[in-house]
Design a protein around this ligand. Structure first.
Ligand code: TXA
Ligand code: MG
Length: 332
């Protein structure tokens, strides 16, 4: 681990650096690493003291539980007290991949990981570096997104370093390929509830596994403690086009996050997140664009709405949360 006050160690991800990073995890340190969604800030899931450092570093409230990352389906019994046939069907179809499954927790999982809940969130990421890191560490890795709580999620190593100076080691694996966080579902037998939208949609899940049903009485299911109205916020005011804009708003002071490439005249900066209305391309570029607009000299950021289909549901969820604290509802 790096001595306190020393700069964070950043290394290109390769077989040597992954072994070094795994050593840091084994010694109780914090490692930021790439996944296919966003970068995670990882610690040994069974080391409560290390996990506590994640909360301190991110300034994350202790009520918000973490996702535990595994590299093999054989890791499941270490984490859950009960698995259903549906878990294995889901794993076969969607793991490794951007799907997190909330299941009954094994007693050995420290309460700090699950924020005292009786359930634990588990995911097998579709990224070689993340999988190798979990494997080399010899333990599942608890990891939230590697950003300060409430701020924009990181899709490259620079975004991580910008927000979190006090971590031990960063594995730089370049830009992430999906760009927004995993879909989180709560599973009880054959009943499923979506807690956070992501690249895997409920329709895809129900189509792939017809024995699953959406929970009719969602009250019996977990809420996601981390699904707050305000999240992912850039340090500059962000508005969704169509919502009220402040009186002093002018296009000359603003950056536009464009989906349709239409009505772009007059803005100081136009960010074309996709050239041909491709929602996946938009998702890959969204957080990177927010990071770069946060650092630009515009006063406002406005985002065009995207169609709420497929991954578009997850994109609009992130945009609404990013805009919330600047909206009338959020400020009263
Ligand atoms: O793509 C991702 O999921 C990334 C990468 C690093 O894997 N991770 C991520 O973690 O986005 P985080 O901590 O930023 O978001 C985890 C979400 C939070 O909304 C949290 O409240 C929810 O999952 N969650 C975790 N454990 C839960 C549980 N037992 N029950 C309900 N929600 C849970
Ligand atoms: Mg997060």
């Amino acid at each position: 681990m790096k001595p306190h006050g020393e700069p964070v160690i950043v290394r290109p991800a390769n077989s040597v650096s992954i072994i070094e990073a795994a050593e840091v995890i084994k010694q109780g340190g914090l490692v930021a690493f790439p996944t296919e969604t966003v970068y995670g800030l990882g610690a040994d899931a069974f080391n409560a003291m290390s996990v506590a450092k994640i909360f301190e570093t991110k300034k994350r409230p202790f009520f918000d539980p973490l996702i535990v990352h595994i590299s093999s389906i054989n890791d499941l019994p270490k984490l859950t007290s009960e698995t259903y046939d549906s878990v294995f069907l889901l794993a076969e179809k969607f793991w490794p991949g951007p799907l997190t499954i909330v299941l009954p927790k094994a007693a050995e999982v420290p309460d700090i990981v699950t924020a005292g809940l009786e359930t634990v969130a588990i995911r097998m990421p579709d990224h070689k570096v993340a999988l190798d890191l979990v494997r080399e560490s010899g333990s599942p890795i608890a990891a939230p997104s590697a950003n300060r709580f409430g701020c924009i999620s990181p899709t490259d190593a620079c975004h991580v370093i910008k927000q979190l100076a006090e971590i031990d080691y960063v594995l730089d694996g370049g830009r992430t390929t999906i760009g927004i966080e995993s879909t989180v579902i709560h599973l009880k037998g054959n009943m499923i509830r979506v807690l956070r939208h992501g690249a895997v949609t409920l329709e895809e899940i129900l189509k792939a596994i017809p024995s699953l049903h959406e929970a009719i009485e969602p009250d019996n299911f977990n809420a996601s403690p981390g699904m707050l109205k305000s999240h992912y916020s850039p340090e500059k005011p962000l508005f969704i086009l169509g919502d009220p804009l402040p009186q002093n708003f002018t296009r000359e002071d603003a950056a536009l996050l464009s989906f349709s490439c239409k009505d772009t005249h007059g803005y100081k900066i136009v960010e074309y997140l996709t050239k041909d209305r491709n929602l996946h391309e938009y998702a890959v570029n969204l957080f990177a664009s927010l990071h770069s607009m946060e650092e630009s000299d515009v006063k406002f950021i406005v985002a065009e709405k995207v169609p709420e289909q497929g991954i578009g549901v997850a994109i609009m969820d992130r945009l609404k949360k990013a805009a919330y604290k600047y909206s009338r509802e959020g400020s009263c």
